[in-house]
Design a protein around this ligand. Sequence first.
Ligand code: AMP
Length: 420
Amino acid sequence: MSTFKAPKGTYDLLPPDSAKFLAVREAIAAPLRNSGYGYIETPGFENVELFARGVGESTDIVTKEMYVFETKGGDRLALRPETTAPVLRAVLEANLHKAGNLPVKVWYSGSQYRYERPQKGRYRHFSQVGAEAIGAEDPALDAELIILADQSYRALGLQNFRILLNSLGDKECRPVYRAALQDFLRGLDLDEETLRRADINPLRVLDDKRPEVQKQLTDAPLLRDYLCDACKAYHEEVRQLITAAGVVFEDDPKLVRGLDYYTRTTFEFVHDGLGSQSAVGGGGRYDGLSEMIGGPALPSVGWALGVDRTVLALEAEGIELDIPSVTSVFAVPLGEEARRVLFSKVTELRKNGVAADFSYGGKGLKAAMKAAHRSGARYALVLGERDLAEGVVQLKDMESGEQIAIGVNEIVAELESRLG
Ligand code: AMP
């Protein structure tokens, strides 16, 4: 072991388990690619102000969880704690919203960094796949995103997840509700920090997980009762569209989210097998974010699904993904000349799209065949000195154990036809 360890709250993705993470990312991305979302990639760090303004000065993410640093050039940057604000920044910077084709629909996949208290399912470095649809106010767009997330979880075989849905209102009705909630909260027995939060962002207090706080919130006013007619109609339309698509959801009038920029549609995907860190994904509409970071009005909606927690959810449900072995052919040379010949055949196989690996390090037959088994290859190619003299190679079917000799020059054609 080296003297170094992965930093606290992080872990490494190692084969073979790492294949699961790739498969989850792919399963989440596939429905998006199929629905007009283009791939976007932004830097792992941004100007710290982007998050302060975009995520919200009073959020835990900004006040406690950001990795902030100053560069040698004096720039104040932060490792990204989330990717919605960066995506919007990138779209505005490149004027994609002016190209005349709204909404701009993009998806991303990447690392996020939050200085949180680590526990199972909560890490300081984690990975999300996200989707954003920028520049359109249309309930069908909100519905599309919820349906696509549902589809990707279903494609993975997940069953024990629930979709919680709420509307946070808009700039007409939310302030009225906010004031009513503040009045209510001021009458409760809350600690100082929570009271301060009630002043800055009272909705977030609803999200407080502590039982002593939750107990006092049973009679809190609900946003549902304050929604303006436009927000009500919008929300009803979203509900109808996802219902028509066969997506099952629960209305959760207390659902708020940790980021300031959400308006109207808000949703969370929770999984019941994950204990306290039960949210596997979440998102919603963020109509005001563009203006908050200096852009024009661009109503938008998006979500981010956590890859780490989705993998934990799969494990909680005992789901083994059907991940085919990567290597189809494993080549075992016995001797110097065989090594040269077989290595060039392996290169040729690879060029022809056959996944092939090679026994390196001059291993003997026994150790090499062990490696062949471990690789999961369907076929092994064994080239000994006598074979070489005869211009043949032994082709072994690793499943049936059957072995035949084929001409060295037939290797590629034979394996291509066998592997289809
Ligand atoms: P958020 O960006 O906070 O809305 O989170 C979206 C999703 O990212 C959550 O539902 C989780 O699946 C995942 N996530 C957020 N924070 C963490 C974390 N610290 N560790 C692991 N996954 C996280």
